[in-house]
Write a new protein. Structure first.
Length: 376
């Protein structure tokens, strides 16, 4: 098949995150089994306008806001009639591929909606305009497009915007064995993620400050970097260590030495870090928020009301037992290996658009008969 995906970033962008990792892992696997795959994204300083990366043709045009018009112009000149499937990957704002696809089937990929995130990313009145005007308008444009999403939470949020043709696809993960390292002798809580307002790292630190009243030897490791790091370092209580951004191997080792992961995000599409921690034998205590409601229970973790007092109470109850009996074996959460995800994603997209019924699709994606996603 000839597939083109539109995303406002690719992995060369310095702020690329989980959505871009998901995209790369899927697209490169499609290319490896013979599909012709193109990834359109915004321009990046120092990166070429077009290049091949692991079999995927990456095309870069436009800036942060201009990428949407640039995508339409590029497709009008280079894309019409040259693809079998278009994927509109939505990071708050869709590209609107269905309006200018020229008859080529389109599916959208939505990891999560923004909603309350507007209030922490922008000041009023821009935040109000984004949440109550722009995002509803953008997402209503998907009402006639099959939409793929990664969690029941995101599915429910999309329904509230009037989207009905929704198909669930899983999150993906690279399975790695737990490193052979001992747990810390001190009760160790770990946070892993971008140090941004939406992650509410200050909640994790406040819960930890309360926890130290009951467990004065406890320590909190914060792994990751982001725009709030300096502020967080200034307000950190005793016992907090900032490790910064680290390699996957170092992250796995730090997780394997810890006793419990905390996740305090306002909203997630899924929160893959929960599965990464489970693979290292580490349970999660997370806020009862969209996305976390899906990933935390799937990995055997615990949800708590979204406030530091509830998180601190849960840590005080569970951490002593975890220190005494933490597992040396990892386990699976709800995410699946990337090879399986790539297969299931394309099969779901083919079924959602009717292309599978027309016999389109070759390679790995035609090797299975069942599709895990179902319309809701």
């Amino acid at each position: 098949m000839r597939i083109c995906l539109f995303n406002w970033k690719d992995c060369a962008h310095p702020t690329a995150g989980g959505a871009e990792t998901y995209t790369r892992e899927v697209l490169t696997r499609w290319a490896a089994v013979g599909h012709q795959v193109t990834w359109f994204a915004r321009a990046v300083d120092g990166a070429p306008e077009q290049e091949q990366h692991e079999g995927v043709t990456v095309v870069r045009r436009g800036g942060r806001f201009g990428v949407y018009a640039a995508a339409r112009a590029w497709y009008a000149e280079h894309g019409v009639g040259r693809f079998d499937l278009l994927i509109d990957e939505v990071n708050t704002r869709p590209f609107g591929c269905a309006r200018w696809a020229g008859g080529t089937p389109v599916v959208a990929l939505v990891h999560q909606v923004a909603r309350e995130i507007w209030s922490v990313e922008f000041p009023p009145p821009m935040s109000w305009a984004g949440r109550y005007l722009a995002e509803p308008l953008w997402l209503r444009s998907l009402r006639r497009v099959p939409v793929l999403t990664v969690s029941a939470s995101s599915q429910n949020s999309l329904r509230e915007y009037g989207v009905r043709d929704i198909w669930l696809v899983p999150e993906g993960i690279t399975r790695r064995p737990r490193p052979n390292v001992p747990r810390q002798s001190r009760p160790t809580v770990i946070f892993v993620g971008r140090l941004a307002a939406v992650k509410q790292v200050d909640h994790a630190m406040e819960a930890f400050r309360r926890l130290r009243r009951d467990l004065p030897t406890a320590q909190l490791w914060i792994v990751g970097d982001g725009p709030q790091r300096e502020r967080l370092e200034r307000m950190a209580p005793a016992g907090v260590t900032f490790h910064g951004r680290v390699s996957d191997e170092t992250r796995d080792r730090l997780l394997a030495e810890s006793h419990v992961l905390v996740v305090t995000s306002m909203r997630e599409g899924w929160a893959l870090v929960v599965d990464e921690a489970a693979a290292m034998g580490v349970p999660t205590i997370g806020y009862d928020r969209p996305g976390l409601r899906d990933s935390v229970p799937a990995a055997g973790g615990v949800l708590v009301p979204p406030n530091p007092a509830a998180l601190a109470a849960a840590l005080a109850r569970q951490l002593p037992e975890l220190v005494a009996r933490c597992s040396d074996q990892g386990w699976s959460g709800g995410a699946v290996p990337w090879d399986e995800l790539a297969d299931r994603f394309l099969l779901t997209a083919l079924q959602a658009t009717g292309l599978r019924g027309r016999g389109l699709g070759t390679g790995q994606a035609n090797s299975r008969e069942a599709v895990s996603g179902r319309p809701h």
